[in-house]
Each structure stands twice: as structure tokens, then as C-alpha cells.
Design a binder for this molecule. Structure first.
Ligand code: NAP
Ligand code: MG
Length: 524
């Protein structure tokens, strides 16, 4: 970001002043209510139906007016990508890397404009928003690094042991074709731009469909990619409802691969529908989480409480990696609970455009209503340690503001121990035996992230036994959140992810490519 400050989710708690100044300039320049087109085959396309992107900070504010694509427009985008595949897949991989690095640099250049849009449409605080945009550029760069480090995945194999003939045997990884990227609202840039970047640098062409709540920042990222010099139609952006436009894209027979990031329910539906095609095609699913943290009696409770509160309530608990279950050894339970409650009370809920806001609103009306429903249930069936109210006074009444809430004494068989709420709500429980609590921690259909606080020896036991794709121990920067490309490859096990290979790691880019081995023989 500058020579001496590298923004990541681990470093964002101590930002330099210039970040704030630039962010505020971008915010002041922001124009509400503008209309944005679909981007198809290098053209701006306007649909008959429109949809409004409303800010959860103040629902009077329209962040932008977007196109609600029809099935015909979704098909047009797939056809444009299919046509562009001919050109882009034949472009030498070094040239693809050059264009994609340019795109990453444009995202870095426009990071303040993009992050202001993220704050306004998601309700993220400014550091989380800047992180989302910076991560997008780093994910693209990481995919470029991988292609370069592996020489475009061109590998000389052993020649055949022939007499009188020589053979040259080569293994290549080649792109599939049209890749569909469907993304969620909570990391609208990183989870659209990251997979889009990997798919493109691998030589596929792309249709992207962002979540309807958060269409502007993915649009701005798409512009960076297109401005970097992609051929016409190599990247297409379709906005519109998941049920209509999204489903039409999933059902299109020319789709050669899919990356879906979102809820387990929607993801499993897409997985089943996609399987109705003529043959098996790759699909990357990154789904929900119900992420546990285990705190042993040997833990540093200061670090544990800081990490837990950050991961439970960062982005209002709306992270797939949010820490929604905390299991605490009985010997340190009271002391840790006191610290967690104190640190939760210290969180500042405010308009997230403000410098000192820790928490902004939740994303939309449905989330706001879910919060009230879950809290009522947990109040009745457990003990409220802190929070649980919605905020309606003054300016808060225009948005979807909820207090961070911590509950204890919820019966072990209550459904919310296993259900992803995706809200600023976390649940605590007490344990006496580490092996027993590990069974409880693993007894969910998810396996995304997990946290631990205790000795180094215990941490090794934790890593060996926890069923999760991303694991942290003794981390005050976040008990279960805060992965960064190239540092913590990110992906889920079980119901949290289908590939077993994590984004921003060594084994990810290959999923976007298929192997071709070639043998050429000549007389010698
Ligand atoms: P969501 O409701 O599942 O929606 C995700 C995307 O799917 C949106 O773009 C949505 O469009 C689209 N969609 C809905 N129905 C569709 C259909 N029938 N066909 C095609 N597309 C369809 O998820 P969300 O509420 O935006 O995001 C929160 C979820 O994402 C949580 O479960 C969270 O854990 C998960 N998540 C996972 C990861 C990870 O890396 N594992 C990361 C972040 C978030 P509309 O918006 O138009 O409905
Ligand atoms: Mg919105």
C-alpha cells in the first residue's frame, strides 16, 4: 500500500493516518443514485427491469441503480464469454499474467473509491472495506505468481523407452472455457475478484454475478479488469436476482466451470442443478461456517478475549469465518467471560463511514429481522451476558443497527449451536476435558475456520484433531478470522467447501485448469 505499510486483516488495527484521509476524500466524492449497466461482450447493456442497491447505513440512500438481467441477457453474457474464449485461451500465459497484474495495480490505484463503495453498500467499517479491496488485488497477484512460479504448468515428462524412435512427452494445464463466478454480499470484492482473477489468468473467460445487495464494488472491480486490457467479452458482469439471472447462468450448457461462494443451502442447490448437465464439470463451492474457538486453562486470557471479540463481531458477525461458538475451560471460564463482556461493551456501534466505528449495521432487512428472532430465542433459552437489542434512536433508526450479543447456558441440543446465524451473536459454553470438547467442536456439518488458545503443545493437538480448513492458535488479531492470500490459504471442509484446496494457496489455481498430456514421436 506504501513502502512501509502493508494492509492485511492482521495489520489493520493500527492504520497510518493517510489511509483515513484518502478514504474520507473518496467518500466525499461519492455520488449516490447513479445507474450502472450490465457489462456484456465489451458493451454496456441496459435491461428493462432495474433494482436499487440500498445502503444499510441509511435506507433513504440509494447507492446505485442496477440492471435486473433477464434470462436472455444472462444467456448473452455466456455466449459473449464463449466467443472470447477462442482469443483469450490462446493468448500466451505470460501475456495473460501481464494484463492481470495491470488489473491488480488498477484495483490498488482505485482502492479508496472501491472501499468507499464497499462501506456504503455492505455497512463495513473503513478498515474492513479497505482490506476487502486490498485482498482482491493480492488474490489476483497471488494467482499470477503461481502461474509464473510453475512456468505456466508446462512440464516435460519422461520420454518413452523406444528403440528407433524418440518421443517428447509434455503435460500442460489448459483452461476449461466459460467460468461462472457467483459471489456473496459480505466480501463483495475479494470473493468476486479473487475467483475471477484465478479463472482469467488460467485462460478461462468469465461471467460474474454478484450478490444483489452489493453490486457496486464488484462493478468497480470489473471495470479495473476490463480497463487493464482484457479482450472484449473475456469478462462479463451480470447483475440481477439469484433465482432468475443466477439460476439461468447455472443452467446454461456452455458453462464449463463454476465458483460459488455463499450459503450452504443455495450452494447445495446449485451443485445439484449443475449436475444435470451432460457430463461432469468442475465446481468450486465455498460455503458457510459455524466456527468454534476452544480456550484451554493454560491460555493467555487477554489475547483470547481480544481475538474472540474481534472474530465474533468484526463485520457485525457476517463473516463465513465468524467465531460463533466459544468453548472455555471451567477453571478460566469466569475470568474470560468477564473480559469478553467488557471488550464487547467497548465496541463502538456507529455509522461505519466514521473513523471510530467498530461496527456498522447488518446488511439488510432480512438480516435485521433474523437478529431479533434469534436473540428472542436465545434470551428465552439461555443467559444474556451482553447485548441483544436493536438500535433505533436518531440516525440509527434509518439503518439496520444491532448490538453485539453474547449468550451462555444455552442447552447443548439447541439448534443454534449448529445453525449459521451470520449476525453479531456468539454463544459461550464451559468444558472440563479437551478431548470431549473437541468432539463437540467437530460435531457440526461445517468445517471452515477454528481457533485455539493454550500451550504450544496443546495447539499441535488442536491442529491434529480439529476438522477445519483454516486454523489459528493464540492469535489476538482474531480467533477465527483474518486470512490473507499467500499467508493463510482459505477454504472449508465438510459443508463449508467442496474442493479441499484453499484460495490464496499453492493448490488453488490448478482447479481452474485441466491437464492435457501430449506425446510427439519421431524416428531417430
Ligand atoms: P447467498 O444468499 O447464498 O447468496 C450468494 C449468491 O448466490 C448471491 O449472488 C445470490 O444472488 C446468488 N444466488 C441465490 N440463489 C441463486 C440461484 N438459485 N442460482 C444462482 N445464484 C443464486 O449468500 P449471502 O447471503 O450473499 O452470503 C452469506 C453466505 O456466504 C454465508 O453463508 C457465508 O458463510 C457464506 N460465505 C462463505 C465464504 C467462504 O469462503 N466459504 C465466504 C463468504 C461468505 P442474490 O443476492 O441476487 O440472491
Ligand atoms: Mg444494499
Amino acid at each position: 500500500m506504501t513502502e512501509n505499510f502493508k494492509l492485511t486483516y492482521a495489520t489493520m488495527y493500527n492504520p497510518p493516518a493517510f489511509l483515513h484521509e484518502k478514504f474520507e476524500e473518496a467518500l466525499a466524492a461519492f455520488e449516490y443514485g447513479k445507474e450502472y449497466p450490465l457489462l456484456i461482450g465489451g458493451k454496456e447493456v441496459y435491461s428493462e427491469n432495474k433494482m436499487k442497491n440500498i445502503s444499510p447505513i441509511n435506507t433513504d440512500n440509494v447507492v446505485g441503480v442496477f440492471q435486473k438481467a433477464s434470462k436472455a441477457e444472462a444467456n448473452l453474457a455466456i455466449e459473449a464469454a464463449h466467443k472470447a474464449f477462442e482469443v483469450w485461451s490462446k493468448t500466451p500465459w505470460q501475456e495473460r499474467v501481464r494484463v492481470m497484474r495491470k488489473a491488480a495495480d488498477l484495483i490498488s490505484e482505485r482502492i479508496f473509491e472501491i472501499s468507499a463503495a464497499i462501506t456504503l453498500e455492505v455497512g463495513k467499517n473503513r478498515m474492513e472495506a479497505l482490506g476487502d479491496a486490498a485482498e482482491t488485488a493480492d488474490l489476483i497477484r497471488y494467482a499470477c505468481d503461481q502461474l509464473e512460479e510453475n512456468n505456466g504448468y508446462e512440464i516435460e515428462m519422461n520420454p518413452d523407452p523406444l528403440s528407433g524412435y524418440t518421443s517428447r512427452n509434455v503435460s500442460y494445464l489448459r483452461p476449461y472455457g466459460v467460468w461462472l463466478v457467483i459471489s456473496p454480499f459480505n466480501f463483495p470484492c475479494a470473493l468476486s475478484g479473487g475467483p475471477v482473477g484465478a479463472a482469467l489468468v488460467a485462460g478461462n473467460t468469465v461471467v460474474m454475478k454478484p450478490a444483489s445487495d452489493t453490486t457496486l464494488s464488484p462493478y468497480l472491480v470489473a471495470k479495473c479488469l476490463i480497463d487493464a486490457g482484457l479482450p472484449e467479452g473475456a469478462l462479463n458482469l451480470v447483475t440481477g436476482s439469484g433465482r432468475e439471472a443466477g439460476q439461468s447462468l447455472v443452467d446454461h450448457p456452455l458453462v464449463a466451470g463454476v465458483t460459488f461462494t455463499g450459503s450452504k443451502g443455495v450452494g447445495m442447490g446449485i451443485y445439484r442443478d449443475y449436475a444435470n448437465g451432460d457430463y461432469v464439470r468442475p465446481i468450486i463451492l465455498e460455503l458457510g461456517g459455524k466456527n468454534p474457538c476452544i480456550v484451554s486453562k493454560n491460555a493467555n486470557l487477554e489475547d483470547a478475549s481480544t481475538g474472540i471479540v474481534r472474530s465474533a463481531f468484526g463485520l457485525q458477525g457476517q463473516k463465513c469465518s465468524a467465531n460463533s461458538r466459544v468453548y472455555i475451560h471451567e477453571d478460566v471460564y469466569d475470568e474470560l467471560v468477564e473480559k469478553i463482556v467488557e471488550k464487547t461493551k467497548a465496541l463502538k456501534i456507529a455509522n461505519p463511514t466514521l473513523i471510530d466505528a467498530n461496527m456498522g449495521p447488518v446488511v439488510n432487512k432480512a438480516a435485521y429481522e433474523d437478529y431479533q428472532k434469534y436473540v428472542a430465542d436465545l434470551k428465552e433459552n439461555g443467559t444474556t451476558l451482553v447485548g441483544g437489542e436493536i438500535l433505533t434512536e436518531g440516525e440509527f433508526g434509518k439503518g439496520y443497527y444491532c448490538e453485539p450479543a453474547v449468550f451462555a447456558d444455552v442447552p447443548a441440543d439447541h439448534y443454534l449451536w449448529k445453525h449459521e446465524m451470520f449476525l453479531p451473536i456468539t454463544m459461550l459454553d464451559k468444558f472440563s476435558d479437551l478431548d470431549d470438547v473437541m468432539k463437540v467442536a467437530n460435531d457440526v456439518p461445517y468445517g471452515l475456520t477454528a481457533g485455539f488458545y493454550g500451550t504450544e503443545e496443546e495447539a499441535a493437538w488442536f491442529f491434529d484433531n480439529i476438522e477445519a480448513g483454516v486454523c489459528y492458535a493464540n492469535r489476538p488479531q482474531g480467533s477465527t478470522t483474518g486470512a490473507w492470500p499467500g499467508h493463510q490459504p482459505f477454504g472449508g471442509w465438510k459443508g463449508s467447501g467442496a474442493q479441499g484446496k484453499n484460495a490464496g494457496g499453492h493448490h488453488y489455481l490448478q482447479i481452474y485448469m485441466r491437464e492435457q498430456s501430449t506425446t510427439l514421436v519421431w524416428k531417430s
